[in-house]
Structure formats: C-alpha cells, structure tokens
Design a protein around this ligand. Structure first.
Ligand code: ACO
Ligand code: KIV
Ligand code: MG
Length: 514
C-alpha cells in the first residue's frame, strides 16, 4: 500500500485564519497532539513574521520528537536565517521556501519576469541548502501557472537539491480534474522527478480542497498538506482528517494510506477548535457533531437494523463514542421505542402509540428532543389523571398598557364544550380565572412553581400546581415548551385530580394525591 506523507500546517496556514493567534504554549500543545495523531511533518510557523512566532517555532522544534518540524520562509536570505534560528534544537528540521509563479502574481505582486522568478528561487534554494538537508520548495499559485513554467521551476528545484516540490492551488481555483492533471504533467515531463516528493496544498475557496488533494494522490502526489478541521487562510485548507478517512474508507479505490492513528482524530479536532476558537460546524465531515448522528425515521430504522445502511465508517474509528440517533420531528416509531427501552420504560404497543403521538406534537415545537424531554413526556403520560376536563385550546393576549386577557376552551367528560374568557393580574392569573369559569369549579391556588427541565431557548418548562377545595388538596403537573401552556396544563391536571379525589373520598382535609 502506497504511503502518503502528511504535512500538517495547522500552526502556520491554519493560524492565518482571520482572528486566530496561537501563543507558544498553545502551539506546543497542538504539536504534541499532532505527534500523537501521527503526522509526518509539522509546519510550526513563519519565523520571519514576528519574534513571537520565531520563539514559538523554536519551542515546537525542541518539543517535537516524532515528526519533522518545518519553518516557512520567503525566497529571501533574512527569512531563511530566521528559520535557521527558529529550528535550532529540532530533531528533524526542514525549511519551507516559497515563491509565486503564476502570471498574476509575477506581474502584480512580485513585479518579476519568469527568469527573475526562477533566478530568485534558485538562489534562495542554494543558500538554504547550505544550512538544511531538507528543503521544500513551493510554487505559490501553481494552480494558475502555465504548465510549462511549472515543469521548468520543478526541474530547477530538483537540480538545486529540494527534497519536496509543492504545487499549491493557493486560491482554491481548480477542479479536481485540472489539479490532478498538473501532477500527471509534472510526472511525465520533468526529468529527475523521481528524486523528489511531489506535494499538494489546496484551499477550499470553491469547496474543492479535499477533492483536489485526493485527485493529486491519484495522479502521483506523495505528500498532502492541510490542517485539522480544515482551518486556514480565507475558506481554509484541505482538512487532513477528511483525507485520512477517505483513504481509509476507500482503500479499495485509492490504494494508499497515511500513518495517522485514526482514533486520535476526534481529540485533535477538539483541541484545535478549543485553542483557535474556531467552532467546528455541526455538518463538518468526519468531526462535526452531526457526522454520526441520524434524525430521520427511515435512517434510524436502517441504523437499528444494520449500521452500514447509513454509515460508511464508524465513529469509534476516529475516537468518538458512538453513533447518535437524535430524536426530532423526522424520527419514527422504531427509534422512539428503542429510546424508551434504553431509558427503562416498558410500554405496550398502545401506550407507545399514545406516547409517540405526544412526542410528535412536542417535536414540532422543539428542535431536538433530549432524554430529559422524553422522561418529562413519559412521566406526564404515566401519571395522567382521568380527564374530567380537557384543555382544548388556549389564547392569551397582553400588552404593556392593559391587563392580560385569556380565552380557554375546555371539554368536559360529557363532551360539553365550554369557552370562557377572563382577565387577571398577569398572564397566568388570567388563564386560571378563565379555567375557573369554564370548569365551574370553585378552587383555591395553594401552590405554583415553575422550572426548566431541559436546556436551551426551546427548553421544556415544567409547572407544578396545587389546588384546594373544601379541605381537599391535589397537585398537578404540566410540561410544555411554552410556560403559559405548561401553567394551563398543570392547572387542568390538578383540577382533574381534585375532582377524582372528591368523587372517591368525598370532601375531607388534606388528602394529597400526585
Ligand atoms: C500563500 C501564503 O500563505 S504565503 C504566506 C503568507 N503568510 C504571511 O504573510 C504571514 C507572515 N507575514 C508577515 O508577517 C509579513 O508579511 C512579512 C514579515 C513576511 C513581510 O512583511 P513586510 O516586509 O512588511 O512586507 P509585506 O508583507 O507588506 O509585503 C510582502 C513583500 O514580500 C514580497 N514577497 C512575497 N512573497 C515573496 C516570496 N515568496 N519571496 C520573496 N519575496 C516575497 C512581496 O513582493 C513584498 O515585497 P515588496 O515589499 O518589495 O513589495
Ligand atoms: C506558502 C504556500 C505553500 C501556501 O500556503 C499556499 O500557496 O497556499
Ligand atoms: Mg496556503
């Protein structure tokens, strides 16, 4: 199986992400984790950029024992000297030189003709080779460079003793077909190309960074440059975890592998996200929170029957705990039943159907149904009182100028529909006054409490109410994403229990039933 070398530039190109600034301690911490992950090469920074970065690269160089440590440099002696200083103490130092080669960069940025570009690069590599056994040379913006000039520059770099020639798609412009073709062209047209490793460095401006890296591998690239979580300049770089998992999952197709310890990927991703402050989007391939989560009923059913129906790799492979079946409005009965069993509920088919109907109503209101939501839902169901009164609908209006007004519609056990309206001191008070009118029960509110049972803006609120009537006390409970609805449900629940107690025990003191 062909080995693909992994050049991690999280600490250099990754740090070029707007807003990211890693200090020495953070760079060293990430570098140690990259060693554990098994990257071959770590680009630690751009020493000429600042004294702080030079010191950080030096700290990484001294700390890392199991990977080559690299410093980036323009094709200028003063930058090369800064890398020399920074890589003192490195076990396996490497200098990374670059110079842009595309017509746009030559004309507008460097203001150089082709020959000047070639001579500048040649002198820089020659100078660098006096101090470094390993020099990588990058043709910045190779993606927009004439193929013949790429070949000419690559030949020159080989002659001057570079050990890696990198052909970056600096601005993420190319399609996989075009990028792969550059490698094919160089392999077929540059004499001595077998003496160097060819490297791919891609950016994600058109969302092609990983696809382009893989196309390069298929056309002979030996090394892939990229970052953890795909962070980097503008839209970012190739996400290394994506390349590693693509090669692992599709070994049959690529016939190549990296030396990654795949189970370290999740930990590395979390650390980089924490220290750079760059949040990993939920739908990010491999390391996003949803990468192994399934919400829709048909997928969940497939997952329960056989995981390979909807997962091409396992979360355990990259160090995540397990796949998640997320309960939401697209979930189906199979996954719902499975969740209830996991939570310890034993319900017959009819009870599951009733609970499932309630779950769907709740799921329409909430983004995700958590275990706590399911508990709240099921506990409410299990302690349901007989319905002497059923709350059909609730309408509350209020503004800062006038008292709130509530309208409620109750149906009695005999099927009589009662619609009443009332105002009150607050929204809850007006609801309770309207329910009193509709139920025609004379009760006193003895206790009211409210708490959030789950988390977030759409958390379930749970309301507890105690009502008394001529010596009888009954408590009720209501759960909803809306606290006014939870308050109304708790009141009606309490009312139902009170009527039941009155019917069972007659009017007595302090019989409490929850
Ligand atoms: C594609 C990439 O990711 S390349 C790496 C990009 N990363 C960075 O730029 C981060 C670190 N950079 C820095 O801190 C600063 O840009 C420094 C310290 C390197 C240079 O700063 P300054 O001397 O103030 O120059 P400034 O950044 O404004 O301009 C860049 C100069 O380098 C030149 N230059 C650009 N690339 C190269 C190169 N590979 N080799 C030689 N010269 C180059 C430009 O033409 C320009 O030269 P000019 O001043 O003669 O016009
Ligand atoms: C310095 C080079 C390799 C680079 O980051 C790019 O071309 O994108
Ligand atoms: Mg780059």
């Amino acid at each position: 199986m062909r080995k693909i070398y992994i050049f991690d530039t999280t600490l250099r190109d990754g740090e070029q992400s707007p807003g990211v600034n890693l200090n020495t301690r953070e760079k060293v911490e990430i570098a140690h984790q990259l060693e554990r992950l098994g990257v071959d090469r770590i680009e630690a920074g751009f020493p000429a950029a600042s004294p702080g970065d030079l010191a950080a690269v030096n700290a990484v160089a001294r700390a890392v024992k199991n990977a080559s440590v690299i410093g980036l440099s323009r094709s200028r002696e003063q930058d090369i000297d800064a890398v020399r200083e920074a890589l003192k103490g490195a076990q396996d130092p490497c200098l990374h030189l670059f110079l842009a080669t595309s017509p746009i960069h030559r004309q507008y940025k460097l203001r150089m003709e082709k020959e000047q570009v070639k001579d500048t690069a040649r002198s820089a590599i020659r100078y660098a080779r006096k101090y470094f056994d390993k020099v990588e040379f990058s043709l910045e913006d190779a993606g927009r460079t004439e193929l013949e000039f790429i070949a000419e520059m690559t030949k020159m770099a080989i002659e001057e003793g570079a050990y890696v020639v990198n052909l970056p798609d600096t601005v993420g412009y190319l399609s996989p077909y075009e990028y792969g073709n550059i490698f094919k062209y160089v392999k077929e047209n540059v004499p001595g190309v077998e003496k160097v490793q060819l490297s791919a460095h891609c950016h994600d401006d058109l969302g092609m960074a990983t696809a382009n890296a893989l196309a390069a591998i298929l056309n002979g690239a030996d090394q892939i440059e990229g970052t953890i979580n795909g962070i980097g300049e503008r839209a970012g770089n190739t996400a290394l975890e994506e390349v590693a998992l693509a090669l692992e999952t599709r070994q049959d197709f690529y016939q190549a592998k990296t030396s990654f310890t795949l189970s370290e990927i999740a930990r590395t991703s979390r650390l980089v996200s924490k220290l750079t402050g760059m949040v990993v989007p939920g739908n990010k391939a491999i390391v996003g929170a949803n990468a192994f989560a399934h919400e829709s009923g048909i997928h969940q059913d497939g997952m329960l029957k056989e995981k390979s129906t909807y997962e091409i790799m396992t979360p355990e492979t990259i160090g995540f705990k397990e796949s998640k079946l997320v309960m939401g409005k697209h979930s189906g009965r199979h996954a719902f039943r499975e969740h209830l069993i996991e939570l310890g509920f034993e319900l017959d088919e009819e009870a599951i159907n009733t609970a499932f109907a309630k779950f769907k109503i709740l799921a329409d209101k909430k983004k995700e149904i958590t275990e706590d939501d399911l508990f709240a839902l099921l506990e409410e169901r299990m302690t349901d009182a007989p319905e002497f009164f059923q709350l059909d609908s609730l309408f509350v209006s209020f503004d800062s100028e006038s008292a709130p007004v509530a309208k409620v519609r109750l149906t009695t056990a005999d099927g009589e529909v009662r619609l009443e309206e009332s105002s009150g001191n607050g929204a809850v008070d007006s609801i309770y006054n309207a329910i009193d009118k509709a139920s025609q029960e004379d009760v006193t509110l003895a206790d009211y409490s409210i708490k959030a049972v789950t988390q977030g803006k759409d958390a379930l609120g749970e309301v507890h109410v105690a009502l008394t009537q001529e010596g009888i006390t009954a408590q009720g409970r209501g759960v909803s994403t809306d606290i006014l609805e939870a308050s109304a449900r708790a009141y009606v629940d309490s009312l139902n229990r009170l009527v039941e107690k009155r019917k069972t025990y007659g009017r007595r003191d302090n019989i409490s039933m929850i």
